[in-house]
Design a protein around this ligand. Structure first.
Ligand code: VG1
Ligand code: CO
Length: 542
């Protein structure tokens, strides 16, 4: 077992984005790429004597990357690494293990909803001792370290056997290979009314859970089919594959279209759900009805008390800025604290650690609570099941009653993908320059009340994050928000978030795109997206 100091040079661009470092798999597999980043992590957070969790979503290169990271952890003096069998852990399960074993953090290998395979994407992120993604400050420090790195440390040793559960030694380091599912499944069982959900399935309730050939398959089978008694076949695409079966493991109506088709079809099941590459996202669909993630967050906030873990009520709720204000109305009605953060789960950690919020969500199909410090796809799906089981109503009935009570925040996100970076930068420069003159301007029926570039001051540690999305607020409460994606691996993706509030009782069942037409037109007039990109419309509408 020889310790090796390998000379290396900084590699440009190892800057973590919205959620960790994501790059083309080939780049990650190239000389020193993964090694430089991992050494930068260890140099910043410290490694000697520490314990970490390691796992990933099973995508191509997951297995090799795990061996590289283990050898480097041993060389850097780690005491112990807890690894999911076959180097598999969903992101929320990794977060749970970090907290359960009170480790010093964890490394999650995933590019989440980005496609996997030798020609597609890979990613790595570091989670802190609270189980949540590294904060902005730590991510920045890791990046800074990657620009000055001169060597990385590893050991020459045979691969660790990760195929069976048990304790191994790697140099002076202990490697504990654990079942990736059992602790997480036990946590879910402790939060929700499993007997009520079990009774609902026993009564003939039909569900489809689409794991999109990604990491939640084994978790969904264990929890839904084994522990809750859902009929065999409830879980679809439940075997994780290195290339996700060539699919795009992003649970939205566009990429989960076969599930959508079944849910909108003549013999649709009662409930449909899907999750993403690493298991932190969820999509929820009722028979004949799609639930937008922002509405899902609001419904969960309004009904959380129906689940045992939240019986005493929620401490507060937080949403990312582009997420609709539907949950704000629930918070106001229930007298709960409410926070608005930049995009990315790392901004919720401080609020949860400080006990200010119990429930958080993003419009991008992410919902979670303070049971872990990541968004959690199966958790959200189980909370929905718990609510349906207790209320004995359909998804459509629950949603309809919610809109009647709170009004409806019509919402949609339009993504323009693969825009040349220069074009995107020029568009944002122009947009930012126009902000000061927008107030009072009229676009069709809408008058601009305020326009700014979102700045967030963390109420816990006072840190300030600037330029987190351009927002144009109209005087009737409608909104258009413009952001560039921070998870892509090539070119730029523009996200346009659109929202309009209708108080009801009339006008609550329109098609969202039609209801949002005035906001869509105003956004185009303000930003000139089609003119500047030459596109005739968005690539993905959710
Ligand atoms: C996207 C989503 C954001 C989410 C992030 C990570 O980021 O918009 O809400 O937190 O993905 O989710 P961006 O910068 O591309 O808009 V995941 O499930 O990909 O880890
Ligand atoms: Co994800």
């Amino acid at each position: 077992m020889t310790l090796r100091h390998i000379p290396t040079q900084p590699i440009a661009g190892q800057k973590p984005g919205t959620s960790g470092l994501r790059k083309k798999t080939k780049l990650f597999m190239g000389p020193s790429y993964l090694e430089n980043f991992i050494q930068s992590v260890f140099d910043v957070v410290g490694c000697a004597g520490k314990t970490f969790v390691l796992g990933g979503d099973g995508r191509y290169f997951n297995d090799r990357a795990a061996q590289v990271i283990l050898a480097m952890a041993a060389a850097n003096g780690a005491a112990r690494v807890i690894v999911g069998r076959d180097a598999i852990l969903s992101t929320p399960a990794a977060s749970h293990l970090i907290r359960l074993h009170k480790t010093d953090g964890g490394i999650v290998m995933s590019a989440s909803h980005n496609p996997g395979g030798p020609e597609e994407d890979f990613g790595v992120k570091f989670n802190m001792a609270n189980g949540g993604p590294a904060t902005e400050a730590v991510s920045e420090a890791i990046y800074a370290r990657s620009t000055e790195i001169t060597e990385y440390r590893t050991i020459a040793a045979p691969d660790v056997d990760l195929t069976t559960i048990g304790r191994r030694q790697l140099g002076g380091m202990t490697v504990d290979v654990v079942d990736p599912v059992s602790d997480y499944a036990a946590l879910m069982e402790s939060l929700f009314d499993f007997p009520a959900i079990r009774a609902m399935f026993a009564g003939g309730f039909r569900m489809r859970m689409d794991s999109m050939c990604a990491v939640t398959g084994p978790y969904a089978v264990e929890i839904l089919e084994h522990r809750l008694g859902a009929p065999k076949g409830t879980c679809l695409n439940a075997t994780p594959l290195p290339d996700f079966g060539g699919l795009h493991p992003d649970p939205n109506p566009v990429w989960a279209h076969s599930l959508m088709e079944e849910m909108m079809g003549p013999d649709a099941p009662d409930f449909g759900a899907a999750s993403d590459g690493d298991g932190d996202r969820n999509m929820v669909v009722g028979r004949g009805i799609y639930v937008s993630p922002s509405d899902s967050l609001a419904v969960l906030a309004a009904n959380a008390r129906l689940a045992p873990a939240y019986r005493a009520g929620l401490r507060g709720v937080a949403r990312s800025m582009p997420t609709s204000a539907a949950v704000d109305r629930v918070a106001a009605a229930e007298g709960m604290a409410q926070f608005e953060t930049p995009t990315g789960w790392k901004f919720f950690g401080n609020l949860m650690d400080a006990g200010k919020v119990s429930l958080c969500g993003e419009e991008s199909f992410g919902t979670g609570s303070d049971h872990v410090r990541e968004k959690d796809g199966l958790w959200a799906i189980l909370l929905w099941l718990n609510i349906l089981a207790v209320r004995r109503q359909s998804v459509a009935e629950v949603l309809c009653e919610h809109f009647q009570r709170f009004g409806r925040n019509y919402y949609s996100r339009h993504d323009y993908e693969a825009i040349p970076t220069e074009v995107a930068d020029a568009m944002f420069a122009k947009l930012r320059a126009a902000l000061p003159g927008l107030t009072g301007r009229i676009f069709g029926t809408l008058v601009v009340r305020e326009a700014d570039d979102f700045t967030y001051t963390d109420p816990v540690d006072g840190s300030v994050s600037e330029r987190q999305g351009v927002r144009v607020l109209f005087d009737d409460g409608s909104r258009a928000v413009f952001r560039l994606s921070g998870t892509g691996t090539s070119d730029a993706t523009l996200r346009l978030y659109l929202e309009r509030y209708v108080p009801g009782p009339e006008g609550l069942d329109h098609d969202p795109q039609a209801a949002l037409a005035p906001v869509i037109a105003a956004a185009e007039a303000i930003a000139g997206i089609m003119a500047m990109t030459g596109r005739s419309g968005p690539d993905v509408v959710t």
